[in-house]
Write a protein that binds this ligand. Structure first.
Ligand SMILES: [Mg+2]
Length: 408
């Protein structure tokens, strides 16, 4: 069996999805997702110029060897662009293997550990009342877990992931008006004064059963993050996400020494070597890696197994930048993973997106039920894809009030 053709598509409805389609001499094909948010053309070029010419003629059933060939063969290893490109190939090969076996991918991983996998939604508000309404909407829809992000009084601009004003529904992360980013101004003191009390009010309003998550989005210094984690302990958060920038892993020690608030990190990690020490030293509670950015299902499975040895549960990244293909890959891993925690899930469900990526995965009452179709259980319509092209876009950048650059 041989790979005969592979093509890359960039585009989608209000998104620049990077989709890889691998075809074989037996008529079976597989699809993968290499979308690297706001840098989408780079993994597409990497695939087209370096990887696809080496993929043609290989036996698609040798998933492990193909992964090792590209990873070890590159010499300059890792990094988000390369790993997203390997990730797309790996997902497409698992899709092919599932179709050949006549089984959904979760069966190839070891079968189901649960029927439904809990997901969390993103509630946002320009102020606390606006946020409360957003949370109530998701609770009414049956969600059991909600990430809550709130406008901070006195902050000169909207801060991470919150609308500028009440009722604003524009895409709050990526702005497709051009490649030059918008500016957000950040003030740590205002955030630290406001957010712990706001989280306490949310807990009081919605009671003990709702899983409340909050994303600090790398904005705090280690000591500030430790103080924040300690201050919000009575709220009993499901997790505090990305309290400090991920490069300084020792920062997590300081947080651990001062608080029992669960910590989730890893959405920008590219390999097991970005998180093995955090897992082995039990400095985190949830690992946030994504199938795309760590190079596909093959390495993701290894990270999940390492995490399981150290009581670390999964909480894979699922921002709107992930296409339904990588979300499907994660649905299969989530169905199997014995140490599953939660899945970030933003309802993409527009008719345009469903037409581009027909899928039998199903969401109900805040849970995802994985498709039983052979392979990944999601398809890609090339005729629909022809309607779209790459649109330059950017997420904001962040400065402090005095102009100092800060972490988005
Ligand atoms: Mg995050």
């Amino acid at each position: 069996m041989k790979i005969t053709k592979a093509k890359v598509f960039v585009g989608g409805p209000k998104k620049n999805y990077v989709t890889l389609k691998i075809e074989t001499d037996q008529g079976v094909y597989g699809i993968g997702d290499a979308t690297l948010n706001n840098r989408e053309t780079l993994p597409a070029h990497y695939l087209e110029n370096y990887l696809i010419p080496n993929l043609l003629g290989k036996d698609p059933r040798n998933i492990e060897d193909i992964w090792q060939f590209f990873y070890r063969g590159a010499y300059f290893r890792r990094g988000p662009i390369a790993m997203a490109a390997y990730g797309a190939i790996d997902m497409a090969l698992w899709d092919i293997k599932g179709k050949l076996a006549g089984m959904p991918v979760y069966q190839l991983l070891g079968g189901k550990s649960r029927e439904g996998a809990m997901v969390y939604a993103h509630a946002t508000g320009s102020d606390l009342e606006d946020l409360m309404e957003s949370i109530a909407h998701y609770v009414e829809d049956g969600y059991k877990a909600v990430r809550v992000q709130c406008g901070i009084p006195g902050m000169p601009t909207a801060s991470y992931a919150v609308p500028e004003k009440k009722g604003d529904t524009k895409n709050y992360i990526t702005d497709y008006s051009g490649i030059r980013p918008n500016l957000e101004i950040w003030d740590t003191e205002k955030y630290m004064r406001f957010m712990p009390d706001a989280l306490a009010e949310i807990r009081a309003r919605f009671g003990p059963d709702l899983h409340i998550l909050h994303d600090v989005h790398h904005r705090l210094l280690p000591r500030e993050a430790a103080a924040f984690a300690k201050a919000v302990e009575p709220v009993n958060l499901f997790w505090m996400e990305d309290p400090t920038p991920a490069e300084d892993q020792d920062a997590l020690k300081l947080i651990r020494q001062h608080s029992t608030t669960p910590v989730a990190i890893g959405e920008v990690f590219n390999s097991v070597f970005d998180c093995n020490k955090l897992i082995e030293n039990e400095l985190i509670d949830f690992i946030r890696v994504a199938a795309t950015y760590v190079g596909g299902i093959t390495p993701l499975r290894r990270i999940v197994d390492l995490a399981g040895l150290h009581h670390v549960r999964t909480g894979f990244h699922g921002a709107p930048s992930h296409s339904p293909i990588s979300m499907a890959a994660q649905h299969h891993v989530n169905a199997w993973a014995p140490n599953f925690g939660v899945q970030e899930y933003l309802v993409l469900g527009t008719p345009e997106c469903d037409a581009l990526f027909p899928s039998e995965h199903r969401m109900e009452d805040g849970m995802v039920f994985v498709s039983d179709a052979p392979g990944l259980g999601v398809d890609f319509d090339e005729t629909e894809a022809a309607r779209y092209e790459y649109q330059p876009g950017s997420h904001p950048v962040v400065r402090l009030q005095d102009g100092t650059m800060w972490n988005y």
